[in-house]
Each structure stands twice: as structure tokens, then as C-alpha cells.
Design a protein around this ligand. Structure first.
Ligand code: IPE
Ligand code: IPE
Ligand code: MG
Length: 251
């Protein structure tokens, strides 16, 4: 399959099950155009539409987008409220499409910190798409990896205090179930745009063995050909999970 018209061929039998993306560079994109940062965020939403459409068409089962970090609350208040408004508009506009395209909507992060109008739209879209199985679209909102790990730890510690769980029974699988991403496979592929080479507190537990793909492209300019390039690069790598090449090849 070669949907975006680039040179390589994506092997549809070896797609990453879960792609996670750090959508970065909206502000710099706007600045290059001498426009306010919010203009870049509006343009970034169009990229979200393109990426969701393309991943769904390709058959990706889970797509997780880093949309607003726990640290992003420290941005100027007018930027924060514009981002909440953009989120709300996005959910209202995309609900029908998610229903029609069999996309289940999900969130991770401390969404209780979001304003009521955004939380109401989130719960409405979740409810109306909960039975969908084509692809799970997860938005990370008010999300921080450390915050998520702490909340999971508190949950398990409280269960242990109540005598509901034996502390020595807390293994990786029990811990993973206490995280916001419970039920989702770990990401196979992480993409970050805008040339930054860092994780910025995203999915700290879950990215343990993800393949990384960094691109200079700013998020509003990111498109089908860029995801395709990231998937092709992913398919050309050998994932060893600590083993040797010989072991992997004879499995
Ligand atoms: C990503 O773009 C969007 C969010 C973090 C909400 P930025 O707003 O971080 O853009 P830059 O990094 O300033 O260019
Ligand atoms: C990471 O981008 C968060 C999101 C994409 C939502 P930032 O722009 O906030 O990250 P830093 O501050 O450059 O690390
Ligand atoms: Mg940024």
C-alpha cells in the first residue's frame, strides 16, 4: 500500500498497533508567519484531522495524541483558554465523524482539571463512541507521565491499605492496569514533530520499548507522507527487546 504516494511500501501485516504523537511546533509555525500562537493551534487541528483520517484508513488500531500537558497549564492564561475552546470545538465537530468511522474516543490525564464545558463534551463523545472498535483515538489532556504514575501508585497503595491487594502481588501487569492507559497496548512507535529531541513527560512508563521517530516538520505542516515515512522507518528496524539478533530471527 502506498496511499500518500511516497516511494516505499508500507507492509500492512506489520503495522504498529499503537502510534503515539507529540504534536509540537504550532507556536513556531505561527511565528514564522508573523501570526499569534493561537493561529498555529487552529492550523494544528487541521493536521489532527489529516492524521486521524490517514491512520484510520491504514488500519492503525490505536492513536494517542499529546494535546495538552500538565505543564502546559503554566502557559499564558489567554493561550490556555483558547486551547480549551479549540478542544471543545473539535469534539463537537468530530463527534459525527467518529461515530461514522467506528472510532472510539478516549482520554488520559487529569481531565477533572479541565473546564466544565470541555469535560461535558468529552464525556458526551466518549459515551456516544464507547462501542466502536475500528480505532481508539486517545487525547492526552492535562497529562503528565509522572502525575499518571503517582496517581496509579496512590490507587494501589490505597487498595493495599484496605486489604484488597497484597503489595507483593503488584507486578508490571497490575501496575499497568492502574495507569490511565489501562486496556491500551504500549505504543510501538512514538513520533515527535518540530525537531525537539525529548519526551516532555509523555507516557513515561508505556514508552519503555517504543521506536522513536523525530522530524523537523512543524505540526501544522505534518502530513500523510510524514507518517508514512515514520512507519516505513519503523518497519525497517529490528525490535530486540533485550534479546540478540539471532534469537529474534529464529523466533
Ligand atoms: C504544540 O505546539 C501544542 C501544544 C503544546 C498545546 P506548541 O504550542 O508547543 O508550539 P511551539 O513548541 O511553541 O512551537
Ligand atoms: C509537549 O510539548 C506537550 C504537547 C505536545 C501537548 P511542549 O511544547 O509543551 O514541550 P516542551 O515544553 O517544549 O518540552
Ligand atoms: Mg512546544
Amino acid at each position: 500500500m502506498n496511499p500518500a504516494g511516497s516511494k516505499g511500501k508500507i507492509d500492512l501485516e506489520r503495522l504498529p498497533s499503537h502510534i503515539a504523537i507529540i504534536m509540537d511546533g504550532n507556536g513556531r509555525w505561527a511565528r514564522q508567519k508573523m501570526r499569534p500562537r493561537i493561529y498555529g493551534h487552529h492550523a494544528g487541528v487541521k493536521t489532527v484531522d489529516r492524521v486521524v483520517t490517514y491512520c484510520r484508513k491504514l488500519g492503525i488500531k490505536a492513536l494517542t495524541l499529546y494535546s495538552f500537558s500538565s505543564e502546559n497549564w503554566s502557559r499564558p492564561p489567554d493561550e490556555v483558554s483558547a486551547l480549551m475552546g479549540i478542544l471543545h470545538e473539535y469534539l463537537i465537530r468530530e463527534l459525527n465523524r467518529m461515530v461514522a468511522e467506528d472510532i472510539r474516543f478516549n482520554t488520559i490525564g487529569s481531565i477533572e482539571l479541565l473546564p466544565d464545558f470541555a469535560r461535558n463534551a468529552i464525556s458526551d463523545v466518549k459515551k456516544k463512541t464507547e462501542g466502536n472498535t475500528g480505532m481508539t483515538l486517545t487525547l492526552a489532556l492535562s497529562y503528565g507521565g509522572r502525575d499518571e504514575i503517582l496517581r496509579a501508585t496512590q490507587k494501589l497503595a490505597q487498595a493495599a491499605c484496605r486489604g484488597e491487594i497484597d503489595p507483593s502481588a503488584i507486578d508490571e501487569s497490575v501496575f499497568a492496569k492502574a495507569l490511565d492507559t489501562s486496556g491500551l497496548p504500549d505504543p510501538d512507535l512514538l513520533i515527535r514533530t518540530s525537531g525537539e529531541l525529548r519526551i516532555s513527560n509523555f507516557l513515561l512508563w508505556q514508552l519503555a520499548y517504543a521506536e522513536m521517530s523525530f522530524t523537523e516538520r512543524l505540526w501544522p505542516d505534518f502530513g500523510e507522507a510524514d507518517i508514512e515515512e515514520a512507519i516505513l522507518s519503523y518497519q525497517n528496524r529490528e525490535r530486540r527487546f533485550g534479546k540478540t539478533t539471532d534469537q529474534i530471527r529464529t523466533e
